[in-house]
Write a protein that binds this ligand. Sequence first.
Ligand code: ADP
Ligand code: SF4
Length: 698
Amino acid sequence: MARDPRYDILFEPVKIGPVTARNRFFQVPHCTGMGSNWPRTHAEMRGQKAQGGWAVVCTEETMIHPSSDALPASSMRLWDDDDIPAFAAAADKVHEHGGLFGIELVHGGFSRSNRTSRMAPLAPSATPNKYPMRPQARAMDLHDIAELRRWHRAAAIRAKQAGADLVYVYAAHNIALPMHFLLPRYNRRNDSYGGRLENRVRLIRELIEDTKDAVGDTVAVALRFAVDERMGEAGLEWQKEGREVVAMLAELPDLWDVNVSGWEHDSKTSRFAQEGYQEDAVSFVKKLTSKPVVVVGRYTSPDAMVRVIRSGIADFIGAARPSIADPFLPRKIEEGRIEDIRECIGCNICISGNNTFVPMRCTQNPTMGEEWRRGWHPEELPARGSDARVLVIGAGPAGLEAARALGARGYDVTLADRARQPGGRVTQEAALPGLAAWARVRDWRLGQIAGMANVAMFMESAMSDRDVLGFGAPHVVLATGATWRRDGIGHANSKTIQGAGRSHVVGPEDVMAGRVTQGPVLIFDDDHGYMAGVLAEKLAAQGLAVTLVTPAAMVSEFTVLTLEQGFIQKRLLEMGVAIRQQRNLAAIEADHVELACIYTGKREQAAAATVVLVTARVSNDQLYHQLARRPDLMEAAGMKSLGVIGDCLSPQTIAAAVYDGHAYARELDAAEPDNPDVPYRREHMMPAPPARQQQGTT
Ligand code: ADP
Ligand code: SF4
């Protein structure tokens, strides 16, 4: 299909100092949890982005010296020449597909704990940091600053040796030393690096000048700068010093990559921000510089991208998450395949991978993180291994992805679900406040399946064991999901909560179906994900009095990993939800509940006309067990395999369910892996013995 001429502007080349980007799609630096710990994983993933059409593909933050040691977080390290091959591997992959390769050099200052290097963290002025093993950072003297500049320069030279086309100076997210120097709350110096703005910005200026001097003849030098901290007068504001800094340095870097800070504002979830959510703060930049400008804002719509360019906000569409959810987004626009774009849902599961120090995963893109280790490609699937038919039961995220990927492989697929609407839990949850974008998990897959003559979907088709056996498909896979418990068993309670059987005790499904109308409502959150918090928001918006009780120290505790926790608790407090933290639910009576302090056991009462238990889920695996215990009947019916995926296998994230569905589809009829016990390649710190290297397990 041909490209829509409306989008031609997105494919114009743009000059960045000494290099030229082939189009306006710019994969900005983003964390992956891969970094220098998983260099092959990282290189393959970045290469696929370039193959997918991104003109510029950057690394995540790259530490320049052991005094900025992020371990065990897996960012990149360019401390000495031994680190160069990890970058060269990625550069080669990106170049192979016609992209420019960028490296984001960082010194994290006191944001880094130096847990392995054991060096004292560095800061403009002595300051506490949040790591108990090194709880204070020391103030840098002028010699330290000279050393910092030397390290940065040396790292820039190594970056060039590794094949970088673009090198960053990083002053964003308030986790970078140059940003710490800029901000008066961290910088209390009274020398030439402290006091008035010219002095506080000096280090940023010097690092740009040093980098240009070291490598700027052939390598572009970018500045990543957060123009606003979203803290009002307590922090940097784009209307004040943010703007002044841009004006002062306007023509110095070859490229401005601008955003807002901290990371939770920059990578805001769709629950709290819509596409283009940074435009209010960053739009001024282009008016102050003739250099190309990159902005981000979870752009997935080509029309929004064209608007950004045409209205003079930016020269490049920057993207982290949209490029993770769909590494081939530019190619799809270029080829006129807009409906094939797999749009990011803004859930930040990718970030939770990074924040737990493992290669990231993505709700929408199950191949993310598996490019090298399993050899998965986001757009390519092996042809089917047989002409056997496949019956998929359950059209939630797991079943939809299994059906889609099986269909793409060429299998003859029947997808059956007892519900009226497809989508399973995603259809229910996308109706909750702020979660509408999650429906993209369902809609993209439905859109793909709609174009496949070999995939038939049947709704309102509840399947029993007799139905399955009678259907006669050689392969059957169950994706029948899970149900929230009604007995209260969860993290804090291993036995049924007293009174859980009462008629006014309900589960999340009841709230989502609109069946809860009676207040006061007490929500017991012993799940700690997003669910209890978003149900509280829904019920409070209905005008009901809501109390949220949790044994944790905060509401929706696990959402710290998706950068949302602060926004969630703030919203609930502003809506008047009463929050009782560090309390267990001891007993449910007719019109009230008994709460118990998790430390002292001290009891207190809270009124409740409705109690919502958000604790854990149980798999809907009855059908699976009915079939699995009768291999004789399955054989007689011609069944060769019975699979189980998603929440039916084990209640889990939507991302994990999609992954399960994809893995099932990809591996059906595939050859046994060399080592079925460890069915993927691993990155070994030490070279593997030659025999295992031959099996591809280096
Ligand atoms: P997952 O996240 O693993 O995909 P979901 O709970 O989102 O799981 O989806 C499970 C789907 O399976 C739901 O749409 C549900 O209606 C369907 N389902 C459950 N049991 C049956 C069954 N016996 N026959 C047909 N569909 C079923
Ligand atoms: Fe987007 Fe969620 Fe994928 Fe991250 S995990 S890229 S936020 S869909």
